[in-house]
Design a binder for this molecule. Structure first.
Ligand code: BTN
Length: 232
């Protein structure tokens, strides 16, 4: 990907910097990537905080919106980690796991006809005990720059046919027993069942004792016999 890369040491949030760039009226922001080694106010999905200690890879890519972007970004990131020797799998929709623990997350926001794809990868340390990081999982030392270059190359190459097939091949969710939590303004709806696949729109297909569901959005928790596995 031909990108204009803007690098910072410490920022509040690369996602917010990208948003400011998009709304500032500066032309030709498409293809810009904002990268930082530390965030003081990193944001995750569902309004959560993304803990962003020094030494991680925190990047926001300004791209053309596409309904399959959550899957394209997930596949690009998992493939990039795979090329560097890590066995990365995707938890629906696009959390990246290594050895069943979260190593990276993706937050996509659309503003002014631009998609801001925020990618956070734990490199030197895992900020939570339930998470992992690149240095704990990789045999050799992998640098942030190498990983960023590999993500950019993979973002280029996944814009091709068959993205959902590639996504399914990397899925850690399909075939698993899962709990889906759908928060509405009023309450929390919970669906428990087996994840059986992804449809052409990227919806997660769940079979329960009561019937089938196609899930567009929500929190997906992989279930084990004795405990849940929430995000790291
Ligand atoms: C998730 O909740 O799993 C998504 C985490 C996304 C974090 C990235 S780090 C770069 C960008 N800047 C942010 O504030 N958030 C995203």
């Amino acid at each position: 990907m031909k990108a204009r890369i803007l690098c910072y040491d410490r920022v509040l949030s690369t996602q917010d910097l990208a948003r400011e760039l998009v709304t500032s009226g500066v032309r030709a922001t498409m293809g810009t990537v904002i990268v930082a080694t530390e965030q003081q106010r990193g944001r995750g999905r569902h309004g959560r905080t993304w803990l962003s200690p020094c030494g991680g890879l925190y990047a926001s890519f300004i791209l053309t919106p596409d309904p399959l972007l959550p899957f394209l970004a997930g596949v690009a990131l998992a493939q990039a980690l795979g090329e560097l020797g890590l066995c990365a799998r995707l938890k629906w929709p696009n959390d990246v796991l290594v050895a069943e623990r979260k190593i990276a997350g993706i937050l996509i926001e659309v503003i002014d006809r631009c998609a801001i794809v925020g990618i956070g990868v734990n490199i030197e340390q895992a900020p939570l005990p339930t998470a992992t990081c690149v240095w704990a999982e990789a045999r050799g030392s992998i640098t942030r720059d190498t990983l960023l270059r590999s993500i950019l190359d993979n973002l280029d190459s996944v814009y091709a046919e068959g993205i959902l097939e590639k996504y399914c091949a990397l899925s850690a969710t399909i075939g698993r027993k899962v709990r889906i939590e759908l928060a509405t303004a009023k309450d929390l709806k919970v669906i428990c069942g087996k994840a059986t696949g992804i449809d052409r729109s990227g919806r997660l297909l769940i079979e329960t004792d009561e019937g089938s569901h196609a899930i567009t959005a929500g929190e997906c928790i992989h279930l084990r016999f004795d405990r849940d596995e929430r995000d790291g």
